[in-house]
Design a protein around this ligand. Structure first.
Ligand SMILES: [Mn+2]
Length: 329
């Protein structure tokens, strides 16, 4: 199932009775929104479905569940034997995180929108043009409604799907926002959801720690590649000295790419044990997924990540700086 086939997915779903839905580690808005919505859709059409996240969703994003229950590694029920295991928004089996070993080779259907998807499931449906996995799940829901299998897209389903799409499009700001995205969101808006409140919670509501992290990130910006790229490098000491945590810096890469004339924004942080995590974003068509691919990472053309192993943070920063300069100059 390498080509687009929403109908085939619907047929497969309708044949099965019980499901385990899983999304990726450190779940973002799309991971939570697509997984919760998919689970709710299955429940609406009379299926047994449970959802598991490899990490506890952050306090900030938990509202997307709309109060729907979920499992984490701590509460995972190993006695549950579903007929179909479905992964959402996972480009590789490594994205299953804590569940990679247990479920890495047991995923029956993978639904994803990552450009760098490396198929690991028995069936993979990838649409790299979809803004979010939630946009694909919307298409599945719409097809089930067309077939009369799903009565309607209920408000909780719409809430989760809309949250997933606005998360991955940066509130319709990124180039992945297409006419299909707007059409899906127009339909979801009709399902009686408070879209202004979703956008406020996702984009205009931050902890004070997070806002302070922004000030530190801005103070650390350095221009590289003759000013065509901006990089922010944070050591564990930088974070500790500020009395903050790594989570407070999770939007830092977007701060780097806001500098005018910059084509690539880079953010590197020390993860410990000689590991340095890198996030890259491009403002033009510079393929940052290619750069991250050198270190077995990947993602989308304009948004990607990887982990570099190096002796020191300076060595790691030099490595990624050279790669960015090679891509830009
Ligand atoms: Mn996504």
């Amino acid at each position: 199932m390498n080509k687009k086939d929403i109908k085939a997915i619907c047929e497969l779903i309708l044949q099965k009775k019980s499901f385990l839905v899983i999304s990726h580690k450190n779940p973002d808005g799309d991971a939570i929104g697509s997984a919760i919505a998919f689970t709710r859709i299955l429940e609406e059409i009379g299926k047994e479905a449970r959802v598991v996240f490899p990490d506890e969703p952050t306090k900030r994003l938990r509202f997307i569940t709309g109060g729907h229950g979920y499992m984490t590694p701590a509460s995972f029920d190993t006695s549950y034997k579903p007929e179909l295991v479905v992964s959402l928004d996972c480009a590789t089996s490594a994205r299953l995180g804590a569940f990679e070993e247990m479920l890495g080779d047991k995923v029956d259907l993978s639904i994803d929108h990552h450009f760098s998807n490396a198929p690991f499931a028995k069936l993979t449906y990838t649409d790299a043009k979809a803004s979010a996995t939630a946009e694909i799940v919307y298409e599945i829901a719409a097809e089930l409604v067309r077939r009369g299998e799903l009565d309607e897209i209920t408000p909780p389903i719409a809430f989760a799907l809309y949250s997933g799409i606005v998360s991955d499009t940066g509130n319709f700001k990124y180039s992945n926002t297409s006419d299909k995205t707007f059409k899906a969101c127009a339909a979801l808006r009709k399902c009686d959801i408070d879209t202004a409140e979703i956008s406020r919670l996702l984009f205009d509501s931050f902890s004070l720690a997070r806002l302070k992290a922004e000030a530190i990130a801005i103070s650390k910006i350095e221009l590289i590649a003759n000013g065509y790229a901006a990089m922010i490098v944070l050591s564990q000491k930088d974070i500790k000295d500020a009395g903050l945590t790594l989570d407070d810096f999770d939007d830092t890469v977007n701060i780097a790419r806001r500098v005018e004339d910059v084509k690539v924004g880079a953010y590197m942080r020390e993860a410990g044990d000689g590991e340095y995590k890198v996030s890259l974003r491009s403002n033009d068509d510079t393929n940052v997924s290619d750069i991250c691919g050198k270190y077995s990472g990947g993602g989308h053309i304009r948004a990607a990540g990887c982990v570099i192993h190096a002796k020191s943070i300076d060595v790691a920063a030099d490595m990624i700086q050279k790669d960015i300069e090679e891509a830009l100059l």
